[in-house]
Every structure is written in C-alpha cells, then in structure tokens.
Design a protein. Structure first.
Ligand code: ZN
Length: 244
C-alpha cells in the first residue's frame, strides 16, 4: 500500500511555520477542533504492525478526537499532545494503559514565545489550541491516565511540571511522570525509573524539593549514572542551536 506523504508540496528548505499547509497546524482547519487526521486508520495500523514485528513501542503526536480515536484503536503505546481529548477517550486510555505525554508548555507558552520568530499569524492560529489543551489534560488526570513528562522540544521539563500541577496533578504524581511512568512508557521500568536493588543506579540529587517547587528539578546537585557520580560543574555544557 503506498503511503501518502503528509508534507507533499511543502519545500523542505522553508521553516514549517512559514507554510500554512504544514500538517499539525490549525491555520486552515475547518470545524470546532481546528485539526484533521493526517493518516488513515489503515496507514496507522500498517505502521504499528511493522513496529510490533520489530518489538518496538509506538508513540504518536496527535490532536483532535478523530485522530486520537484512530491511534487508540490501533493500540498506540504513548500519545503526545492529545489536544481535544474528551472523557470517553481519556477513560479508554486509562483502561488500555496508554501513556499520555501532554507537552503542555508547547502550546501554553512556547508556541507564542517570540524567540522562535514564528510571527503573529502563527501565534494567533495556535492560541486556539491552548484552552482546549488544558481542558484535555484535566480530563486525562481525572480519568486516571498515566502521565509522562515531555516537552516536544520547545519548553522545559520544569515548566511542564508547573503546568501539570496547575491542571490538577499532585506534586508526587508529577515526579512519577518524570521517573517511574516515563520508564514504564519506554518499557525500561526493570532497570530505570525507581530506586531499588538491581536497578542501573541512575539517580539525580537535587538542591531543592520538587514536591515544593517544580523548578527544583533544574537545581541539580549530583547525577549518578550507573553508579558513577558526576557533578554538573565538571561536565561540558552544550548550547542548543535554537538557544532554548
Ligand atoms: Zn508534536
């Protein structure tokens, strides 16, 4: 079966936010959800079947109820974004054990951040997603969906924790989103994600309590990697190319 190229016709040398036809974007999307499924159920199932044959997990960046229902139907392991997630879909995720990586900062703050130079049109178009995104997260928390922390490349992990708390998650659950839940979502809970005998001994010691302050996770005192301690001051610092 030939796969459609969702970005067909979009010049690869342009920034995606310069082109209104970029998939994922609400510029020209009709209807109340400003989204559209980019792949058919048949295409999604074919990709997932192949991934499973290789023993791989599946994750989808997806928004809009139709698209979310399609990937849940195909048995996705991790769902990112989830804008317009409703109660029925959230309960389905909870029952299936699907992990949810909401990337709240991506739409709440970073999309409109002027440092990305995406322009007023981009900000206006994406601002419609922010409120829907926050509601979707609250619905997921109430339904008991397992949440993991992730930023979709633009925000910070601490920002995510701050927004998760604002959305109704307990402080301890936000820590689990960074540790045990994330390890489970990766299929690596047998070696990372919790502190107990037989694990890899990957541990981060903080200078502040993340149960008091989400930004405590940025105050790293010591990283223990497979049992070997590393102090942040002694490590090389890498600048991200976009200055984030
Ligand atoms: Zn994404």
């Amino acid at each position: 079966m030939p796969f459609r190229n969702a970005t067909e016709g979009i010049p690869y040398n342009s920034k995606p936010w310069d082109n209104p036809r970029t998939p994922h974007d609400p510029y020209t999307m009709p209807g109340s959800e400003h989204t559209r499924p980019e792949m058919s159920s048949e295409e999604i199932r074919a990709v997932f079947d192949e991934a499973r044959r290789w023993g791989k997990k599946t994750a989808c960046h997806v928004m809009g109820r139709t698209a979310i229902a399609n990937v849940l139907e195909a048995g996705v392991d991790v769902l990112d974004h989830g804008v317009y997630l409703d109660e029925a879909l959230a309960e389905r995720m909870a029952r299936a054990g699907t992990y949810f990586c909401p990337t709240l900062s991506a739409y709440d703050r970073q999309t409109m951040n002027p440092k990305f130079q995406r322009g007023e049109d981009w900000a206006r178009a994406h601002s419609v997603l922010v409120e829907a995104h926050e509601k979707s997260f609250e619905v997921a928390v109430r339904a008991g969906v397992k949440i993991v922390n992730g930023t979709d490349t633009t925000g910070s992990y601490a920002e995510e924790l701050e927004l998760m708390r604002a959305g109704g998650m307990s402080a301890m659950d936000t820590v689990l989103a960074c540790t045990l839940n994330a390890a489970e979502a990766l299929g690596m809970a047998d070696c990372i994600g919790s502190i107990r005998a037989g694990m890899l001994a990957d541990i981060v010691l903080l200078d502040a309590n993340p149960l008091d302050d989400p930004y405590a996770i940025e105050q790293v005192y010591l990283v223990i990697k497979e049992g070997t301690p590393h102090f942040p001051g002694a490590l090389a610092v890498f600048e991200r190319p976009n200055g984030v």
